[in-house]
Design a protein around this ligand. Structure first.
Ligand code: ARG
Length: 489
């Protein structure tokens, strides 16, 4: 068995060379897609009178058996396409099985398979991501009043709420979802009919295979159709971008669950312990999300680097691109799921968060703003007065502020409307939060943003449903056509 491609033109290949050139291990990802492509191509060839109904029917039945056997039952060939054809010819003979590849090349075949599988991955990823976005929004709803410290430079900056913080991630993930949906648009196109790169003289019906496979259009230029991998770059980039956003969430969960922060407890199922230190509870799942982000970025760089200097049209280098795409897709999908689970099950230490909210003189900005509003001084002057307070590490009393004001601005701020009540209000984080309405943590403003995010999520779910339905309908139509042709013998 084997060597259907080489036996006339070339001598057989030693096992080590075959192992070097073969993509069969990674082709597991496109085994089902390849059979789907075969189905559509066979139906079209029959409809166009290029092969007979009898040949089509015999091949379709053999393909059923091949499908049942799975990729492991295929003979050793350099890839899944040759292996399926080889197995087919072994089953039904060359005069029948040897007709399946009429008007087709492995070049348009593999490009079609990759696009079919990737579109499913993209749809699955978007679905999974809506789950994570929902978790973030749900928890945001529960924590609109949960005070916590906000950070810049990993230093206490201003108080915020956990809702406001979680929604920052939800906003980023909504854009990731948009990027995946965009990548889908340029992925779900049909290269089939392009053959090796120059099209084919057989009267293949590209529009028909496009329709049967549920693609949204054909790639017009046959050379572009077989050689383009920009759709993979785009998806890998969307994966890397999404992973980078997950990695930032992961880093926070790692920091927040440390005894130094003590903001949350990660659920046991997402933690590991040490083989030597019996007390340890380590945030391994979060760390692995962060680590796998490096792998997803490496996949993108790998794809870019492999494709950047390739002349038209198909080059075998392209085979080397594919494993990067699948490994990035797999780790991204799993990471989205893990992040959702971790956030959904974490325990929030509300009291400590509230206590920490005002640590490190985090109310300083609000105090400076109060001086501006009450006393009519410039913000820069107020900034300097409060900055001096911070430097002195002094309690912000009216007396001290007056002293500083006198030396810095030549006036007592109590003369222009500052009083103890205004200072104590400025130091109250609950009042401060309520005033932050410009996309900030004010509970009303957060509620407004939640409504917007929920609408976006709903819209994305509907768009996802439409796409899934289109694909499912096409697959049903193809199955139906296959059934009709199978019975035609
Ligand atoms: N395994 C190949 C790949 O992944 C399929 C296409 C092979 N085409 C060829 N001309 N050798 O790209």
């Amino acid at each position: 068995m084997g060597d259907i491609l080489r036996k006339a033109r070339l001598s057989t290949q030693p096992a080590d060379v075959l192992a070097f050139t073969s993509s069969i291990d990674v082709d597991e990802w496109i085994f089902e897609s390849d059979l789907t492509v075969d189905h559509a191509h066979l139906v079209m060839l029959t409809e166009e009178g290029i092969i007979t109904g009898e040949v089509c029917s015999l091949i379709l039945s053999a393909l059923d058996t091949i499908q049942d056997g799975g990729i492991a039952a295929l003979p050793s060939e350099e890839d899944v396409h040759a292996a399926i054809e080889s197995k087919l010819i072994g089953m039904v003979g060359e005069d029948v099985g040897g007709r399946m590849h009429t008007g087709r090349s492995r070049n348009d075949e593999v490009a079609t398979c990759l696009r079919l599988r990737l579109r499913d991955e993209l749809l699955r990823m978007i679905a999974e991501l809506t789950g994570l976005r929902k978790v973030l929004i749900t928890h945001a709803k529960m924590h609109t009043e949960t005070l916590m410290p906000g950070f810049t430079h990993t230093q206490h900056a201003q108080p915020t709420t956990l809702a406001h913080h979680l929604l920052a991630h939800a906003g980023a993930l909504a854009r990731d979802s948009d990027r995946l949906a965009d990548a889908y648009v340029r992925t779900n196109l049909s290269p089939l009919g392009a053959a090796a790169f120059a099209g084919t003289g057989f009267q293949v019906n590209r529009a028909r295979t496009c329709e049967l496979l549920g693609f949204d259009g054909v790639i017009e230029n046959s050379m572009d159709a077989v050689s383009a991998r920009d759709f993979m770059i785009e998806s890998a980039s969307a994966f890397a971008n999404l992973m980078t956003d997950l990695s930032r969430i992961a880093t926070e969960l790692i920091l927040w669950s440390s005894s130094e922060f003590d903001f949350i407890t990660i659920d046991d199922r997402y933690a590991s312990t040490s083989s030597i230190m019996p007390q340890k509870k380590n945030p391994d799942v979060a760390e692995l999300i962060r680590g796998k982000t490096g792998s997803a970025i490496a996949a993108l760089v790998g794809i870019l680097t492999i494709t950047k200097a390739l002349p038209q049209s198909y080059n075998r280098d392209l085979q080397e691109v594919t494993p990067h795409l699948w490994s990035a897709a797999a780790c991204t999908l799993a990471s989205v799921r893990m992040a959702a689970g971790m956030i959904d099950t974490m325990t929030v230490h509300k009291e400590n968060l509230a206590q920490q909210a005002t640590a490190g003189f985090a109310m300083a900005t609000e105090l400076a703003d109060t001086l501006v509003r009450r006393c009519g001084i410039s913000f820069r002057t107020a900034h300097q007065i409060v900055g001096t307070l911070a430097r002195m590490d002094a309690a912000p009393s009216l007396k001290t502020i007056d002293e500083i004001g006198l030396s810095m601005a030549g006036r007592r701020l109590s003369d222009s409307g500052l009083d103890e009540q205004a200072i104590s209000d400025a130091l109250d984080p609950v009042l401060e939060i309520r005033s932050r309405v410009s996309g900030g943590p004010a509970p009303d403003d957060v509620a407004r943003v939640i409504t917007i995010f929920e609408k976006e999520l709903q819209k994305d779910l509907i768009a996802l449903d439409v796409r899934c339905k289109r694909v499912n309908d096409a697959m049903k139509m193809l199955d139906h056509e296959v059934e009709v042709h199978r019975r035609k013998r």
